[in-house]
Design a protein around this ligand. Structure first.
Ligand code: FAD
Length: 284
C-alpha cells in the first residue's frame, strides 16, 4: 500500500520552473504549500496519495504582501500568522486578519497559507467569506500565461474551483476597506478555539446619515460553496439601520441560504445561525 513516504517531492526554485513541470501530466505534482490540509487528507485516506507533490516553498513569486494600484496584493504562500499580524492587513482588510486569527492554533497558522485555504475548496474554509466581500480577484498562472478570476466566480461547486490541474494560484488582489466603511468577521464552531466552523460570515458595509449606503455580506458552510447574499445586499441599500431593519436582515439572511445536514451541524440550525450572524455583524 502506498504511504505518504512514497510521494516524490519536487522542489522547483522559480514559478516558471514549477509551471513547466505542471504543464505535462507525466511531470505534474500535487501543489503542496503548508501541507496542513493535504497531510491530514493523505494520512487519513480522504485524498488519494499522489505519485508526486510540488513543494511551493521555494517560489519567491508567491510570497509577500504589498499595496498596489490594484489593491492589497497578497502572495499565495502568505500564512495565517502573517495575515493576522500584518499592520497593512489589519488596517485595510480587518475581516481577513480576524478570520486568519481564528484558524487552528499557532502551529497551523504558522504553516497554513491563504491559497491553501482557498484551493482546498472546503465550504468550511474560514477565509473565503472575508475574501468574497472585497470583490477582489485571484491571479492564476500556468505555462500558457496568467489569468485573473473574480473571487465571486472562483467557487464553482462543492470542492470545485475554476482552477485547472496545470495551474497555480499566484496571488490575490483585494480592494481595501473604503473610507468610512467597516468590516467584520464572525464564526460559530463547536467550541471557542481550534474549531472548524459550523457557519461563518463576513461583512463590509457603510452607513451614511443613519442609512445603509452599501453592504457586501458573505457566508460559509451554508451551501456547497461560500456565498454572497446578493439579494439582501441589494434590498438593504438606502434603508435606515435600526432595530426593525436588523430583525429583517436576520429573517432574510436565514431565508436566502440553502445549507445541508452534515457531521458538523444540521441544515435547520445553520439556517438559524446564518441569520443570527448576519444580524450580529451589522449590530456592531
Ligand atoms: C489542526 C487543524 C486545524 C485547522 N483549523 C482550521 C480552521 O479553523 N479554519 C480553516 O479554515 N481551516 C483549518 N484547517 C485547515 C488548513 O489549515 C487551512 O485550510 C490551511 O489554510 C491550508 O493551507 P496549506 O498551505 O496548509 O494547504 P495545503 O495543505 O498545502 O494545500 C491545500 C490544498 O490547496 C492546494 N494548493 C495549495 N497552494 C496552492 C497554490 N498556490 N495553487 C494551487 N493550489 C494550491 C493543494 O494542492 C491542496 O489541494 C485546520 C487544519 C488542521 C490540521
Amino acid at each position: 500500500m502506498k504511504t505518504v513516504e512514497d510521494i516524490e517531492i519536487l522542489f522547483p526554485s522559480s514559478l516558471e520552473e514549477a509551471l513547466a513541470g505542471q504543464a505535462h501530466e507525466k511531470t505534474r505534482g500535487r501543489p503542496l504549500a503548508g501541507g496542513t490540509d493535504l497531510m491530514v487528507q493523505w494520512a487519513s485516506g480522504t485524498a488519494p496519495i499522489p505519485e508526486r507533490a510540488v513543494s511551493l516553498g521555494g517560489l519567491n513569486e508567491l510570497k509577500g504582501i504589498r499595496e498596489t494600484a490594484r489593491g492589497i496584493e497578497i502572495g499565495a504562500l502568505t500564512t495565517h500568522a502573517e495575515l493576522r499580524s500584518s499592520p497593512l492587513i489589519r488596517e485595510k482588510l480587518p475581516a481577513l486578519a480576524a478570520a486568519a486569527a481564528t484558524i487552528g492554533g499557532r502551529q497551523i497558522q504558522n504553516r497554513g497559507t491563504i491559497a491553501g485555504n482557498v484551493a482546498n475548496a472546503s465550504p468550511a474554509g474560514d477565509l473565503a467569506p472575508t475574501l468574497l466581500i472585497t470583490d477582489g480577484s485571484v491571479t492564476i498562472a500556468s505555462a500558457a500565461g496568467r489569468r485573473e478570476v473574480p473571487l465571486t466566480r472562483l467557487y464553482l461547486d462543492y470542492r470545485k474551483l475554476d482552477l485547472r490541474p496545470d495551474e497555480l494560484i499566484v496571488s490575490f488582489a483585494l480592494p481595501p476597506l473604503p473610507a468610512g466603511a467597516r468590516e467584520s468577521f464572525r464564526k460559530l464552531g463547536p467550541r471557542a478555539a481550534q474549531a472548524i466552523s459550523k457557519v461563518m460570515a463576513a461583512a463590509r458595509w457603510r452607513v451614511e446619515k443613519g442609512a445603509v449606503a452599501s453592504l457586501a455580506l458573505a457566508l460559509g458552510s451554508v451551501a456547497p460553496v461560500p456565498v454572497r447574499l446578493f439579494e439582501l445586499e441589494k434590498w438593504i441599500v438606502g434603508r435606515r439601520l435600526d432595530a426593525a431593519l436588523l430583525d429583517e436582515v436576520e429573517r432574510r439572511a436565514s431565508a436566502e441560504v440553502r445549507p445541508i445536514d452534515d457531521i458538523r451541524s444540521t441544515a435547520a440550525y445553520r439556517k438559524w445561525v446564518a441569520g443570527r450572524l448576519a444580524r450580529a455583524l451589522l449590530e456592531q
